[in-house]
Design a protein around this ligand. Sequence first.
Ligand code: AMP
Ligand code: MN
Ligand code: MN
Ligand code: MN
Length: 295
Amino acid sequence: MTDFCPEIPRYSIYDLHSHTTASDGLLTPAELVERAVEMRVGVLAITDHDTTAGLDEAEQAIIKRALPLKLIHGVEISTLWENHEIHIVGLGVDKENVVFKALLEAQTTRRRARAEEIALRLAKHRIPGALEGAQRLAGNAAITRGHFARFLVEQGVVSSLAQVFKKYLAKGKIGYVPSSWCTIDEAINAIHQAGGQAVLAHPARYGLSTKWLKRLLEYYQQAGGDAMEVAQCQQAPNERKVLANYATEYQLLSSQGSDFHQPCPWLELGRNLWLPGESVAVWHAWPEMLQLADE
Ligand code: AMP
Ligand code: MN
Ligand code: MN
Ligand code: MN
């Protein structure tokens, strides 16, 4: 967590999962923190995919505009577990930690290799120029599937982002390339080395059966995971309650986050984020001035 402590409004919201142009978000870090404040978010974690490159700009924007927002230094690390891509969010990380930095650098290398392979596969299916196109959309950031998706929509290959994933980029489709992401254990270790807390991201979004989800939670807890996401902006009815019960069962803390990528009607920073009554929040042991935001 950073030293800079602006005054946080008493009744503000925690949003502990969000993206910027440093990965596959559409808002710059400065735009994101502005929007967070507009949405009455008081504590925001920026958790870009396998990078912390957006944090400095966000921090500077907060200072420059004296925004009433506490920025949590975060990341979302892609891991591979039992052939499933599982995302682990790190909260309160020291982005300069050597072990942590080395892990993110390795992930960036894997991302590049995967992007090249995705582009080759698309080219074989008569969609040329995808690597250059995705990189243009990514700017200086590493290429994610989100950038390929936007490129394919831009080219008129498909009509929507959801369609791109369904037809080209989801597991088993022609543009899907399994990546050799780090393990869950390596991600948790790097986050802990950097002084952060590990949070299992969106556990209900991996398409796992109950049996496999429980296996994942068991594995994750044994590996030293601290918390899991329980509340998101958009969830199936009952999902929040079910996840809160799992958090209790597997002795994990609970977290909440919008996973905001871009302005859109059905998902917003800070919206609908609350934890069921019995949950122990991931921030319960954070410094007092941060807990204030939860009152
Ligand atoms: P990557 O980390 O490069 O594999 O990209 C994963 C990102 O792609 C996720 O974080 C989402 O932003 C996006 N994504 C994955 N699946 C979908 C989907 N079905 N529809 C829209 N975006 C998706
Ligand atoms: Mn994403
Ligand atoms: Mn994710
Ligand atoms: Mn995310």
